[in-house]
Design a protein around this ligand. Structure first.
Ligand SMILES: NC(=O)c1ccc[n+]([C@@H]2O[C@H](COP(=O)([O-])OP(=O)(O)OC[C@H]3O[C@@H](n4cnc5c(N)ncnc54)[C@H](OP(=O)(O)O)[C@@H]3O)[C@@H](O)[C@H]2O)c1
Length: 324
């Protein structure tokens, strides 16, 4: 079977394709899945560059989420049988024709969700639900300022905010990304390259937003914090801009604001049952038409390096999947 391999940490352009023996039969407690689509996330690029908090040693196959069909279950696997449609959050290994995952990482994929969409659900939507339902409880009518609104997490947060009755304002750097934010349900968008984010967000929300969703960091963080009204909550999700911002704490004290950390991955490992319920909720809401993930752009497996490069260069709108 073919797989993408990272032989040396660094530029995703150096990723290779190699042919290796099939992964089945599965080991005890493990499930071998024939990959139909692998979701591409910013964190995959961080793994390849060796810049993520977890640093796998090369050689390894990147790819943290997948949709496919169960080929084989090892001894002790009781919940899945060959032929089942599944999605999984697997950390690594998904950029391949087959992936080997723990049974505990697998979720059933309903027939009304296609494989490409299924491969993009877990990371973005679990993070969005965890952020807006668990780390803060977004209330109907609240204003949510979403940075990186045309990216995976940002767009999903707009969709979830809309679902919860919130009014999202999307901040994104290109016309295409702002259009994607609007299609996801944003009430309004802001172009940070030409508009003052704090002033415009305050105008649009008639005085200040209730929640900031920040998967980007960098120079937009402080204006976003200053856009919060009294009791506003600032959700720290990620640092796609590459710079971890230093927020002025007087701006947290003023107006009794709160800064809230969001680490869905660690929470999921510490609370596997709660995480299973969260992912099942995301899948159910998509299947029922309550949430609307974007239709992903599809590339062949061989383009993994290009796609990760495009992600790093901010050229990707919405989500991308690789199909073997
Ligand atoms: N805490 C958690 O539990 C959790 C879970 C999932 C993901 N994350 C993190 O969330 C962040 C976003 O993930 P994602 O999948 O949404 O990524 P994404 O799809 O690539 O979107 C990130 C957005 O960040 C903006 N950006 C600004 N400067 C950038 C730069 N130098 N390089 C790349 N993007 C830049 C871009 O929007 P503009 O062009 O509009 O500025 C881009 O659309 C990542 O850091 C990821 O590790 C955290």
């Amino acid at each position: 079977m073919r797989r993408v391999v990272c032989k040396e940490l660094g530029d995703p352009a150096d990723l290779l394709i190699e042919d290796v023996p099939p992964l089945d039969p599965a080991a005890p407690g493990r499930v071998v899945v024939d990959v139909k689509a692998a979701g591409v996330n910013f964190v995959d690029a961080l793994f390849v560059r060796g810049k993520y908090q977890i640093k796998p040693q090369p050689p390894f196959t990147p790819g943290g989420e997948v949709a496919g069909i169960v080929r084989d279950g090892g001894d002790g696997v009781t919940g899945f049988t060959p032929g089942d449609r599944v999605i999984a959050s697997c950390g690594l290994g998904a950029f391949a024709e087959q992936v080997d995952v723990a049974e505990s990482s697998l979720y059933p994929l309903p027939g009304d969700i296609d494989f490409a969409t299924g491969a993009t659900l877990v990371q973005s939507y679990a993070t969005a639900l965890f952020s807006l339902e668990r780390r803060t409880q977004l209330r109907s009518g609240e204003w949510v300022l979403v940075l990186g609104a045309g990216g995976g997490v940002g767009r999903a947060c707009i969709d979830v905010a809309r679902h919860l009755g919130g009014r999202a304002i999307g901040v994104a750097s290109s016309v295409e990304k702002r259009r994607a934010a609007t299609e996801a349900g944003a009430f309004a968008t802001i172009d940070p390259t030409t508009e003052d984010v704090k002033t415009r967000a305050r105008e649009l929300s008639h005085g200040g937003v209730d929640v900031v969703v920040d998967p980007v960091g960098g120079s937009l963080a402080e204006p976003a914090l200053r856009a919060l009204r009294t009791y506003g909550r600032y959700l720290v999700i990620g640092f796609a801009a590459g710079e971890i911002p230093r927020l002025p704490t007087n701006q947290i004290l003023l107006n009794n604001r709160s800064v809230i950390g969001v680490d869905w991955g660690a929470w999921g490992m510490q609370n596997p049952d709660d995480n299973r319920a969260l992912v099942d909720e995301a899948v159910r809401l998509v299947a029922e038409g309550e949430l609307h993930p974007a239709k992903p752009t599809v590339f062949p497996l061989e383009r993994a390096g290009d796609v990760l490069g495009d992600l790093e260069q901010r050229r990707i709108v919405g989500k991308v999947v690789l199909e073997p």
